[in-house]
Design a protein around this ligand. Structure first.
Ligand SMILES: C[S@@+](CC[C@H](N)C(=O)[O-])C[C@H]1O[C@@H](n2cnc3c(N)ncnc32)[C@H](O)[C@@H]1O
Length: 292
């Protein structure tokens, strides 16, 4: 939730229960989904996140369950999340300078404390990754520093091009630092090779000499709509077929039928159209509803 606005929070009775989330994920798994990411919003705000994880971690056919989080107070829940069956955590950290990080996260987070939590998580056996959104004029001067920092820590860092998600993040094309620019700048400092790419990969992935990898998500400059296989479900149980969708479909009744129908009928390719026509819809679902 970018700063500077008043936000309306959903009353908790409108949030899906852990039991409903499990039923829903079961329906997705029946239709072939193998990977689920719990994101947000901020998933750690749910006191029952451990129960959600526990229910999903035991589902047969679901091979990969991950959490994306700003990591606030996560140190107190690593143990319980581990016990519940979570194996992968992606942290969002955009700058090593607290005041800059706070502009994107809209929370006072101490970056070095967050890094300690990452290291703790790694020690406990979690696979840890970091997402850093690069915004020109905010943190673009830190690209090399962030890369060097996480390379030293042997943690995979993913740079993300700043996207025009939702309607409240004051996006403009001038603020986007393209993957090409990021990679060119990193080439001046580090030796690395590209890794093979699957059509559904969101990131261009690379590996440094020492075996540590990093990635760049080029969602603005090189959209990957045609390979995108991500469905998104908001906390109140609506299905969105694109991060830039204007509306979602309530998931009631026969879950498998609804999901299958909506998925078959989808035509979204917002990021490609943005690139082709400079499209910027005024009514888009907010990212804090459908996650990153
Ligand atoms: C929307 S957040 C939700 C999960 C959690 N609250 C967090 O901070 O990680 C998921 C990811 O989207 C990224 N993100 C947020 N705004 C973005 C933007 N405008 N463009 C690209 N990525 C963005 C965040 O950095 C984060 O890694």
């Amino acid at each position: 939730m970018p700063p500077g606005k008043r936000y309306e929070f959903l009353p908790s009775r409108r949030l899906m229960s852990p039991e409903k989330i499990e039923r829903l994920v079961k329906a997705f798994v029946t239709l072939g989904v193998k990977k689920v990411r719990l994101t947000g919003g901020e998933p750690l705000l749910r006191p029952d996140l451990e129960e959600v994880v526990e229910r999903l971690a035991r589902l047969e056919g679901l091979n990969d369950l991950a959490l994306t989080t700003n990591g606030v107070n996560l140190e107190n829940r690593l143990e319980s999340l581990k016990k519940a069956g979570l194996k992968r955590i992606t942290f969002s950290l955009h700058s090593l300078r607290p005041e800059r990080n706070a502009v994107i996260v809209n929370r006072p987070v101490d970056p070095l404390r967050l890094v300690e939590t990452m290291e703790e998580a790694k020690k406990m056996g979690f696979t840890v990754k970091v997402n850093a959104v690069v915004v020109r004029g905010l943190n673009d001067d830190e690209v090399e520093e962030l890369a060097a920092f996480f390379k030293r820590k042997k943690i995979t860092l993913r740079f993300i091009e700043f996207m025009d998600v939702g309607t409240v993040n004051r996006w403009s094309l001038e603020k986007v630092v393209t993957a090409k620019e990021i990679i060119t700048r990193l080439r001046r400092v580090f030796n690395f090779k590209p890794l093979p790419r699957k059509p559904s990969d969101t990131a261009l992935n690379f590996v440094y000499d020492d075996g540590t990898s990093f990635g760049v998500v080029a969602s603005v400059s090189m959209p990957f709509c045609r390979g995108c296989d991500r469905a998104r479900v908001s906390a109140d149980g609506k299905l969105y077929t694109c991060l830039f969708a204007e509306r979602g479909t309530p998931l009631n009744g026969s879950l498998t039928e609804t999901v299958e129908r909506v998925w078959r009928e989808r035509t979204d390719r917002y990021s490609e159209l943005r690139l082709l026509n400079g499209l910027n819809r005024s009514q888009k679902v907010e990212m804090y509803r459908v996650g990153g």
